[in-house]
Ligand binder design. Structure first.
Ligand SMILES: O=C(O)[C@H](O)[C@@H](O)[C@H](O)[C@H](O)COP(=O)(O)O
Length: 254
């Protein structure tokens, strides 16, 4: 395998999906505790998908998560599908069914995306307004989240930044709608400048279905249009790659 040129890659390789969830919990709790100690608040944005489900369940059930000062946590989402919050496709819905009502997070600290809005621009504006208000942003400023939790699709997408899509070129906005031709559900996502500005990014990658993509992503020339995950290349030192054995099976060099 061609050796990666990314000396700054922080790869945390774990045995299996259970360990992946436990490590994600460690990262969440450590980042929360540090941020709350330093500035009294922890801002975090979560993704959806299958990979973080066990981690979310641990947020709702473990002693460790219980020790987080949840009233100082502001919870956001990296992306959402345009569906109602009780849809099984809703990222908010996933969090709600796994941990939201089990932790002491105040209602007003949960900043969900209004995926049920049929006027997409309204959902975008509402979400941007929530972010601007929590981060107290001046016009044109971008927020700096303490932690973003990402997954990676088998096509190399992160959040709802998909290969070959217009949203990859949006440098102005904080939040952007993502339209698909065909059957895919339209989405809404944080834009890449916001992702890059985060203090810390945890990307969780699990399962053999991601193994080839992960190898290709780590060994090819950066090309964000082909692999949107390459958006992270200029800020690799802030990214923790949490990868299980199945997904890491072709990474002999690490
Ligand atoms: O809501 C989503 O689907 C996401 O935010 C998306 O970017 C996800 O993280 C990847 O598609 C990986 O999804 P899996 O974990 O299901 O493989």
């Amino acid at each position: 395998m061609e050796k990666t040129r990314h000396a700054k890659l922080n790869l945390d390789r774990v045995d299996n999906a259970d360990r992946l969830a436990e490590r994600a919990l460690d990262v969440f709790c450590e980042d929360a505790s540090r941020a709350i100690q330093e500035k009294g608040v922890f801002t975090v944005a979560l993704s959806g998908g299958h990979t973080p489900v066990r981690f979310f369940e641990l947020l709702g059930s473990s002693e460790q998560a219980n020790s987080v000062k949840w009233d100082s946590v502001h919870l956001f989402w990296v992306d959402e599908r345009f569906v109602s919050p009780d849809s099984e496709d809703s990222n908010y819905g996933l969090a709600a069914s796994t941990f939201l009502d089990k932790v002491g997070i105040p209602e007003q600290n949960i900043h969900r995306i209004s995926g049920e809005e049929t006027e997409y621009s309204k959902a975008v504006d509402q979400y941007e307004d929530q972010i601007k208000s929590v981060f107290d942003l001046a016009a044109g400023e971008k927020p700096q989240f303490d932690l973003l939790v990402l997954g990676m699709g088998a096509d190399g997408h992160i959040g709802s930044l998909y290969p070959n899509s217009v949203v990859l070129f949006d440098t102005e906005d904080i939040v952007s709608p993502v339209y698909f031709m065909g059957e895919n559900i339209n989405r809404i996502t944080l834009t890449y400048p916001v992702i890059r500005k985060a203090e810390h990014i945890l990307i969780m990658i699990s399962g053999r279905g991601k193994a080839e993509t992960l190898r290709d992503v780590l060994t090819s020339e950066p090309d964000e249009v082909r692999y949107p995950v390459h958006t992270l290349w200029p800020i690799l030192e802030k990214v923790t790659w949490l990868v299980d054995q199945e997904a890491a099976q072709y990474l002999e060099d690490y």
